[in-house]
Design a protein. Structure first.
Length: 428
């Protein structure tokens, strides 16, 4: 069967890499892909929001399975548009329709969903230009830190946290009045701060049943010690030491099961991934957010730990047969270190020539913001590569990642040197 993966990041490279391993897969296409995805498939010069071109490519390349990597085309209704095409009735799609995608597309929608289905989450209030003064007063009723979340999509950068009340009020003004993230921050959630350790849990669901994928912990801040502004992600590790059997049983009972049941009760069709951002607060799970696709760079540590045939899992999901599927997980640890362009997450330059060394056993380099230019690979984004190391424990996995990074360079390359160090201290 032929597969089309939409997207251009490290997540899509990891999906293509994993799906290519299935004996049931003939050809893998990636649209638009990057400078690394063409090593495991065929790149198509199509934007993820170009619905007309996507439809044409599906037919021209006899695509049997479409995997939608990023959130934006899901929120904009790509699945709904494809389902209206009678000649695509046999197409299997991984990703929810527009309504289901609101779990990520609107923080307010997601919060109301959680409240409605008794899913543990932080208390929050919603504010906009019409009641921003009430927002200032609400901040004064809270204890620091103050958490502000843009309601819409903000490329993983729409959460602002500060200890200072005046800075929090300034943040609220810049989000709503200053339109810091455009229409995405026209509405803002002010949320109670949860004091705990963050992790991400991933499931596949066909709307009735689910399978749990390996959990992961990612590192959002640009600076070491989790300092500086949020990014799309500077690294990730899997498994996570504090997500033990007892905690994960709580996650399944209190979060995963009511999430899937809630979608069914609300009559929201859903076939695809659900990314559940959690906070472990004194060994109790609280949901911070939902994403309606796999995370990046979490995918780069989750998929290498999935021993099962990913295509078979996705096929079962699309066909509503996930109850009969089985998922096997590798026991080893995976870590990934994200290499970024100088200046990211602010302004940065593209087109820097990337020099890479020889292949290293137990390390998988996933490309993100790269492209091929003649016979060279150059930078083409803020997050450029994710270097995934595999080891018997976290220390070995991280060391492998950093060892390979020594052989990669381009002008202005930067990365965090402390990914996983907090978990190493905990004894993982």
């Amino acid at each position: 069967m032929n597969i089309l993966i939409l997207g251009a990041g490290g997540r899509e490279h990891a999906l293509a890499w994993k799906l290519k391993q299935s004996p049931k897969v003939d050809k893998v296409f990636i649209a638009p892909g990057n400078g690394g995805t063409d090593e495991v498939g065929t790149n198509l010069d199509i934007g993820v929001n170009d619905f007309a071109a996507i439809k044409t490519a599906l037919i021209a390349n006899q695509i049997a399975l479409l995997v939608i990597g990023p959130e934006e085309p899901l929120v904009k209704g790509l699945v709904d548009a494809l389902e209206q095409e009678s000649h695509l009735n046999d197409l299997m799609i991984i990703g929810p329709g527009k309504e289901g995608a609101q779990l990520e597309g609107s923080k307010d929608f997601a919060k109301q969903f959680m409240i409605r289905h008794n899913i543990p989450t932080a208390k929050a209030e919603v504010f906009h230009e019409g009641n921003i003064e009430e927002g200032y007063k609400f901040l004064e009723t809270l204890k620091p830190p103050y958490v502000l979340k843009a309601d819409g999509l903000a490329a993983g950068k729409g959460v602002l946290i500060t200890e200072d009340i005046n800075e929090a009020k300034q943040n609220l003004q810049e989000l709503i009045i200053g339109k810091q993230f455009g229409e995405a921050s026209a509405t803002v959630l002010i949320e109670e701060f949860l004091n705990g350790i963050e992790l991400s849990v991933f499931i596949l669901t066909d709307g009735e049943n689910y399978q749990v994928l390996p959990e992961a912990k990612d590192y959002k801040r640009i600076g070491e010690g989790d300092t500086g502004p949020n990014t799309g992600g500077m690294g990730a590790v899997s498994p996570v030491i504090f997500a033990d059997r007892i905690f994960m049983e709580k996650v399944e009972e209190k979060v995963i099961q009511p999430t899937v049941a809630g979608l069914k009760k609300d009559k929201i069709p859903y076939k695809g991934f659900v990314f559940i951002g959690l906070m472990n607060v004194e060994n109790e799970p609280y949901v911070i957010e939902y994403n309606v696709r796999m995370g990046d760079p979490e995918t780069e540590v989750v998929l290498p730990r999935v021993k099962s045939d990913l295509f078979e899992l996705l096929e079962s999901t699309a066909k509503g047969d996930l109850a009969n599927a089985k998922i096997e997980i590798e026991p080893f640890t995976a870590s990934t270190i994200v290499l970024v362009s100088e200046g990211y997450p602010g302004k940065y330059e593209k087109g820097k020539r990337i020099k890479t060394g020889k292949a290293f056993k137990g390390v998988i380099p996933f490309h993100a913001g790269t492209k091929r230019q003649s016979d060279e690979v150059v930078t083409n984004g803020g997050r450029v590569m994710a270097i995934t190391g595999l080891g018997k424990n976290l220390g070995e996995a991280v060391n492998k990642s950093y060892e390979v990074i020594k052989s990669i360079e381009w002008e202005g390359m930067t990365f965090r040197k402390d990914i996983g160090s907090d978990l190493v201290r905990l004894g993982q």
